[in-house]
Design a protein around this ligand. Structure first.
Ligand code: FAD
Length: 325
């Protein structure tokens, strides 16, 4: 297993996130037959079939009760122990809030280099991995080579297509010294926000509103468009700061980093801090009444106009096209 990639996965109640499948597909592409998935929690084993189908050759399921809820220090120590036992040369984490918290702690414990929020990983002829990651708020991309014996990467969601195979993951028993885990913080309650839309970081289409929306009551227009497109709804930061939408909608340098196929920026000026969160989008469509708005420089398609006229017209057009199909 020494040349394996350890893919550290987040799952809740047996539900595997799409980024987990993307990471497994990527790892399998880089090191065929050498992919070990690690999952946590009492439902960990229930994910075996799906993880195998998407690229896990082996699976380490930490199904003890202590792993039911995330704890930075306890989980980091568990990953350290697994790595000490299997001596993998590379570890992958999702660049989600969970992975962004866990990966640097594991890197610290293992004294290993970490490339975070990678948008591409390739394998060199000597088997070492090299990453591409955005820098300067997404204005440039850096090629990162990690020289420590163990290489650690966190992978941005939505950058890799998933590939289904007929592989099955072999269970691999890796005993953990539970006494050595320190849980300095404990999750006492999890409150999930009821939402009918897709999680932003994994959404294929995002409809996002800015200050041009004028007030919270007008976000219904975006909800309607999002519903027609099967999209998630996001926002610029001031809109979330004003309380027009929940903070979980906030996209940008200080919010979520998204990489959908299509990003609709509606009544958003295109400040550099907002662009930092959307530069991974394949297509940006801007709707803005100001033809000089900076968002048009970043956009692939632009509509100059009053959003209160344009958005309902686009929504209607989507319904019409769907009806014709
Ligand atoms: C340290 C720091 C971090 C930051 N982090 C973030 C971040 O993570 N995310 C983020 O978004 N911002 C962030 N900001 C704020 C950022 O600088 C901008 O202020 C913010 O992105 C602007 O939001 P906006 O585009 O919604 O509003 P505005 O800049 O006010 O733009 C509103 C746009 O709506 C258009 N408009 C108005 N009426 C209509 C209409 N009827 N029809 C069509 N268009 C219309 C206007 O022409 C304008 O372009 C950060 C700032 C700092 C200093």
């Amino acid at each position: 297993m020494a040349d394996d990639i350890l893919v550290i996965l987040q799952q809740e109640a047996g539900k595997v996130r799409r980024v987990a499948l993307e990471m497994l597909s990527l790892a399998q592409q880089l090191r065929p037959g050498q992919v070990t998935a690690v999952t946590f929690g009492p439902d960990a084993e229930s994910t075996k079939d799906v993880l195998g189908r998407y690229g896990a050759d082996r699976m380490i399921a930490l199904n003890q009760d202590v792993f039911a809820h995330y704890s930075s220090d306890g989980f980091a120590e568990a990953v350290r122990q697994i790595q000490n036992a299997v001596a993998a040369t590379a570890l992958m984490f999702p660049a989600t809030a969970w992975g962004k918290d866990l990966a640097p702690r594991v890197a610290g414990l293992l004294q290993a280099g970490l490339a975070s929020d990678c948008t591409e990983i390739r394998s060199e002829s000597n088997g070492r991995l090299v990453a591409t990651r955005p820098v300067y708020a997404g204005k440039a991309f850096a090629t990162v080579q990690i020289d420590s014996p163990v290489q650690i990467f966190s992978i941005r969601p939505n950058i890799q297509s998933v590939k289904e195979t007929n592989r099955s993951a072999e269970p691999f028993d890796c005993p953990i010294d539970l006494q050595a885990l320190s849980f300095q913080s404990k999750v006492v309650e999890v409150r999930t926000q009821a939402t009918e839309t897709v999680e932003l970081t994994e959404a294929e289409i995002i409809v996002s509103g800015g200050r041009g929306m004028k007030g919270p009551e007008n976000f219904q227009l975006l909800d309607n468009l999002a519903q027609a497109l099967g999209a998630a709804v996001g926002s610029s930061r001031p809109v979330a700061d004003e309380g027009w939408v929940p903070h979980s909608y906030h996209i940008g340098q200080t919010g979520k980093v998204v990489s959908p196929n299509v990003y609709f920026a509606i009544g958003i000026s295109g400040a550099i801090q907002h662009l930092a969160g959307i530069s991974g989008s394949k297509y940006i469509v801007a709707i803005n009444s100001d033809p000089e708005a900076p968002i048009f420089k970043a956009a692939n398609y632009g509509i100059v106009g009053n959003l209160f006229d344009v958005v309902p017209a686009v929504t209607e057009a989507v319904h019409r096209l769907k009806a014709e199909q």
